[in-house]
Design a binder for this molecule. Structure first.
Ligand SMILES: [Ca+2]
Length: 277
């Protein structure tokens, strides 16, 4: 038997033919799936706010077919309608929830009503390279503070809503990664720059030795992945007592003590002289 006539060779040949036939079906099926995707999108697309701004089917449909799209899979798993569950999912994995990408992060929009937010801030929840503008900024972007060891102090900062006019509002929480500092509030609402609240970052150096310490202030917003929001680097300097000043103070203290000592005999002499009068 020649090698190419062996049972294994004939099996391999049949397998190759099956693969080729399957490839032909797949090639034809791709066209069918694309058509199906567009057809199906016409049915569920109206369930999305800001559909036109997000690019319609071009921005939402998926090359492998609508039922293969992570966006559609999440949509179906959330009850096939726009709601808080679907809005909170990040179907394209880009760090912004579907709701943030379509300007309704809390999923409160009702199909058939006017679109929420600002169309200019809309991105596609089906495309990982389509991102909305970051709505938050901390002013200043970094904080430096000096404090005497054992004393407390603070630095002011603001959490700004820098979204374009008409963009959605947001709530945030604040945290730090160090025990020697804490924000004056732990949560708030992002307000436009002209309405912002000035907050305090409070420093407590009671347990710190003189030195320089580093940490971070973090702003967290539901629906936006942590690595999408820059943290605020914080530097705390608790200086050593000034050696030159300490030396001068010691000299001054010694001098004052000398004065007191020098004056005391005179006083004693005055007082001791009274009984003799
Ligand atoms: Ca996206």
């Amino acid at each position: 038997m020649r090698p190419f006539e062996s049972p294994s060779f004939r099996f391999s040949l049949r397998a190759t033919r099956r693969v080729r036939r399957a490839g032909a079906v797949t090639a034809g099926g791709a066209v069918l799936l694309a058509a199906t995707s567009a057809f199906a999108f016409a049915e569920y697309g109206a369930q999305f706010p800001n559909l036109t701004a997000a690019g319609g089917c071009d921005g939402m449909c998926h090359a492998t077919g609508y039922d293969q799209s992570p966006l559609y899979i999440d949509f179906a798993a959330s009850g096939s309608t726009w709601n808080a569950t679907f809005a909170s999912k990040d179907s394209d994995g880009d760090g912004f929830s579907n709701g943030w990408e379509l300007q309704d992060p809390k999923g409160t929009w009702v199909p058939g009503t006017s679109d929420p937010g600002n169309a200019a801030a809309v991105s596609s929840p089906a495309l990982a390279n389509s991102l909305p503008p970051l709505p938050v900024a901390v002013d200043p972007p970094s904080i430096t503070h000096s404090e005497s060891p054992g004393a407390n102090g603070s630095e002011g900062f603001a959490v700004k809503n820098v979204g374009s006019p008409g963009a959605v509002s947001f709530d945030y929480t604040l945290s730090t990664d160090q025990t020697w500092m804490a924000p004056s509030v732990s949560s708030g609402s992002g307000l436009p720059p002209q309405m912002q609240n000035l907050l305090d970052l409070i420093f407590a150096t009671n347990s710190l030795a003189p030195g320089t310490y580093m940490g971070h202030l973090t702003v967290s917003i539901a629906g936006i992945r942590a690595d999408r929001i820059p943290t605020v680097p914080v530097s705390l300097n608790t200086p050593e007592p000034d050696a030159a000043l300490g030396g001068a103070a010691a000299v001054l203290a010694l001098a004052l003590g000398a004065v007191r000592v020098a004056r005391r005999p005179r006083g004693d002499r005055v007082r001791s002289a009274v009984p003799h009068r």
